[in-house]
Design a protein around this ligand. Structure first.
Ligand code: SAH
Length: 270
């Protein structure tokens, strides 16, 4: 018996074996440290990636799958699932309990939660040296996009601050059952060498998210509350606040700013 595809769980099973192998091959764990590198597969479904992951001798595989029917399928079709396979929601998983040290993430991600998956990766960025994932093509493009493009956005900036992003290849909808309405793409995120942003990290996130709140507009309006908070902290007059907001950077649209520009902007608002 095969697993019945459930739309609400974003289930589109990859049926193309060549693509499955290419995704697994794209995972290049950091240099061997004498032990198997821990890898978490998100949403294994019927195990099309899992079969190749289990063949790899350099990794220690764990899996998290929310769908009990898929869990049952995996338990009956693959040996060695005990102790590796967890039934549950990746988004609420306490990763630090599961992985005391570094681990990588791989998966043909459920598209309805792919952004949330990447935000969770950011929460654990110092423990996650690499992510290989299949997502909706538009999401892959957005994440990999450079400043100046129309699709450059919150996730592009936040992920590019900490990861080198590679758009690896496009996957047509015919490679899945049932076929999704959109094309897909595989991306690889590899942690860069940055350990410190050069600004307050929490404020950086707030600035980026707030600036893109009105992405087609100058940043002056959306960022006004943050500037006002700074004015209050600094005991500025209304006039001083107006002068501050008259600076040229506030006339730009957020999509023009690189990671470094957002760091500078964060320091301005700190
Ligand atoms: N890897 C499989 C399935 C991809 S479809 C393949 O390539 O064919 C996405 C999978 O993610 C489904 O199996 C779905 O049940 C699972 N899933 C959806 N939401 C999840 C969540 N929050 N946590 C873990 N798995 C989830």
């Amino acid at each position: 018996m095969e697993v019945r595809a459930k739309k609400a769980l974003g289930q589109h099973f990859l049926t193309d074996q060549k693509v499955a192998r290419a995704i697994v091959d794209a995972l290049s764990c950091p240099a061997p440290t004498g032990h198997l590198f821990p890898v978490l597969e998100v949403g294994p479904g019927m195990g099309v990636l899992t079969q190749y992951l289990l063949e790899r001798e350099d990794i220690d595989l764990k899996l998290i799958e929310i769908d009990s029917e898929s869990v049952e399928y995996l338990l009956t079709h693959f040996a060695g699932m005990q102790g590796r396979l967890m039934e549950g929601d990746f988004l609420t998983l306490k990763l630090e309990k599961l992985f005391p040290e570094q681990f990588a993430i791989i998966g043909n991600f459920p598209y309805n939660i792919s952004s949330q998956i990447f935000f969770k990766v950011l929460d654990y960025k110092d423990q996650i040296p690499q992510v290989v994932g299949m997502v909706q093509k538009e999401v892959a493009e957005r994440i990999a996009e450079k400043p100046g493009s129309k699709t450059y956005g919150i996730l592009s900036v936040l992920l590019q601050a900490w990861y080198d992003i590679e758009y690896l290849f496009t996957v047509g909808s015919g490679c899945f059952a049932p076929p999704p309405k959109v094309e897909s793409a595989v991306i690889r995120l590899t942690r860069n060498s940055r350990t410190d942003l050069g600004c307050d990290e929490a404020l950086f996130k707030t600035v980026v998210k707030t600036a893109f709140g009105q992405r087609r507009k100058m940043m002056r309006n959306p960022l006004k509350p943050l500037a006002r908070a700074k004015a209050e902290r600094s005991g500025w007059s209304e006039e001083q606040l107006a002068d501050f907001l008259a600076q040229e950077v506030f006339s730009l649209r957020p999509e023009r700013l690189s990671v470094e520009d957002f760091v500078a902007l964060t320091n301005l608002l700190a």
